[in-house]
Design a protein around this ligand. Structure first.
Ligand code: GDP
Ligand code: IMO
Ligand code: MG
Length: 429
């Protein structure tokens, strides 16, 4: 397999974890390049459900995994995840996992600020995962962040914590009216985990470069989805990182010429968790049915996911922004029982047709989706592994997605398990 980037095309939770797990078998390295433990990537292997938040999903296939410079790392969560995966007999030793020395650390005050901001915003809240993601990226951009390499010189780390807490504590106490944190408490917490962390810290960019020169192949595991991207998503109802494929290079420290194939993961309908506009959202019993049949609960926060029809305005936006070379369609089986399935082909706004995803929240909220209706196949497809055996109506639905997007579907997923997959086009050679 060539170097391949996996990105979400919608608002996250498209089934990236399952597809990354599946494809990992065919590569040498798996790399996360953005986001943090706001992600929740689910794999079902040998009837066991495994959820990874920070460690690349390729670890389950026994592949060497990397956390790139573009990721924000909560070291306490990382160690918990290492323990969790180790308890499942998965090797997460430092020989299998390296974390970029340039990655920024999610500090305890980032989580406090994330929570306090959401509380203060009330019903205007973003609905973040509360993991401190935004405040950590914010410190990175304002050059006040603490990086993993800073822990290597612990005296320097201590000084940084003391200096930055002066400002953070002022903000926590006087703006949010919440409790400050003593620098000694933070320093002590890190003192306790430091020695476990050190063997994992490395110059990931250099290791990946050496690997590429030895013809090792890389799978880049995106988190979130294109419409949660800080630049291109439904701002401000977005995450704080660049989610799109271009950042796979920047966020892992490899040059963009190394990205060969870019697969967009597309849920056969749409979901969103947290606040923000969602033009094809359903508020009726079909939305409830998608939610229950698809078990649409967040893998990180357990929140119910909002559900709606597939949206081609969204998909075409993802095609353009990511240079998608193929789609993996997931959760097609969730549509099995429906009499009719709708695809949104455009929006109507103030009497005008819109085909390009608008930047303004207000416009998005005012858009009415224009739908075309397809007949349901009313058949259990979850055991099908050969594309030819899919019901004709399911094939037509997929063909229409290809026709409207001009992107080929390469993989179709019909169940959460690794085996419940149809390889439509061989991408392994
Ligand atoms: P990710 O964040 O993109 O990795 O997706 P999540 O793991 O958050 O959410 C996807 C959910 O759908 C998980 O519970 C998966 O086990 C499940 N899933 C993935 N593919 C399929 C599929 O084809 N059919 C069904 N029924 N479930 C799937
Ligand atoms: P995966 O990788 C779905 C959403 C949150 C919130 C917004 C900002 O599993 O697809 P943040 O905590 O990042 O500041 O929250 O982004 N969000 C996700 N939604 N899947 C995810 O990851 C998400 N990561 C963040 O719900 O609306
Ligand atoms: Mg998820």
């Amino acid at each position: 397999m060539v170097n391949t980037v996996i990105v979400g095309t919608q608002w996250g939770d498209e089934g990236k974890g399952k597809i990354v797990d599946l494809l990992s078998e065919h590569v040498d390295y798996v790399v996360r390049f953005q986001g943090g433990n706001n992600a929740g990537h689910t794999m079902v292997v040998n009837n066991k459900k495994i959820i990874s938040h920070l460690i690349p999903s390729g670890i389950v296939q026994g592949k060497k995994c990397f956390i790139g410079n573009g990721v924000v790392v909560d070291p306490f969560v990382l160690l918990e995840e290492i323990d969790y995966l180790t308890s499942l007999h998965i090797d997460v030793s430092p020989a299998m996992l390296k974390i970029s020395n340039r990655a920024h650390i999610i500090m305890p005050y980032h989580k406090l600020i994330d929570a306090a901001r959401e509380t203060k915003k009330g019903d205007q809240k973003i609905g973040t995962t509360g993991r401190g993601i935004g405040p950590c990226y914010e410190d990175k951009a304002t050059r006040r962040g603490i990086r993993l390499c800073d822990i290597l010189d612990f005296d320097f780390f201590k000084e940084k914590v003391i200096t930055i807490l002066e400002e953070k504590n002022f903000y926590l106490e006087h703006y949010f009216k919440t409790s400050p944190i003593a620098p000694e408490v933070v320093i002590n917490q890190f003192q306790q985990i430091k020695d476990r962390l050190l063997p994992y810290i490395a110059d990931v960019s250099v290791i990946l470069f050496e690997g590429i020169n030895q013809n090792k192949t890389i799978l880049f595991e995106g988190a979130q989805g294109t419409h949660l991207d800080i630049e291109h998503g439904t701002y401000p109802f977005v995450t704080s990182s660049s989610v799109v494929a271009g950042n796979a290079a920047n966020g892992s420290g490899v040059g963009p010429g190394n990205l060969n194939e870019i697969i967009g993961i597309v849920k056969a309908y749409t979901t969103r968790v947290g606040s923000g506009p969602f033009p094809t959202e359903l508020f009726d019993e079909i939305g409830d049915k998608l939610q229950s049949t698809g078990s649409e609960f967040g893998a990180t926060t357990g929140r119910k996911r909002r559900c709606g029809w597939l949206d081609m305005v969204v998909l075409k936006n993802a095609v353009r922004l990511n240079s998608l070379t193929g789609f993996a369609i997931t959760k097609l089986d969730v549509l099995d029982d429906l009499d009719e399935i709708k695809i949104c082909t455009g929006y109507e706004h103030n009497g005008e047709k819109i085909f390009d995803f608008p930047p303004e929240i207000k416009t998005l909220q005012e858009c009415t989706p224009v739908y075309e209706t397809h007949p349901g196949w009313k058949q259990d497809i979850s055991g099908i592994t050969d594309f030819n055996n899919l019901p004709d109506k399911a094939k037509s639905y997929l063909a229409r997605i290809e026709e409207l997007s001009k992107v080929k579907i390469k993989i179709v997923s019909v169940g959460p398990e690794r085996e419940a997959t149809i390889i439509k086009e061989n991408i392994f050679n």
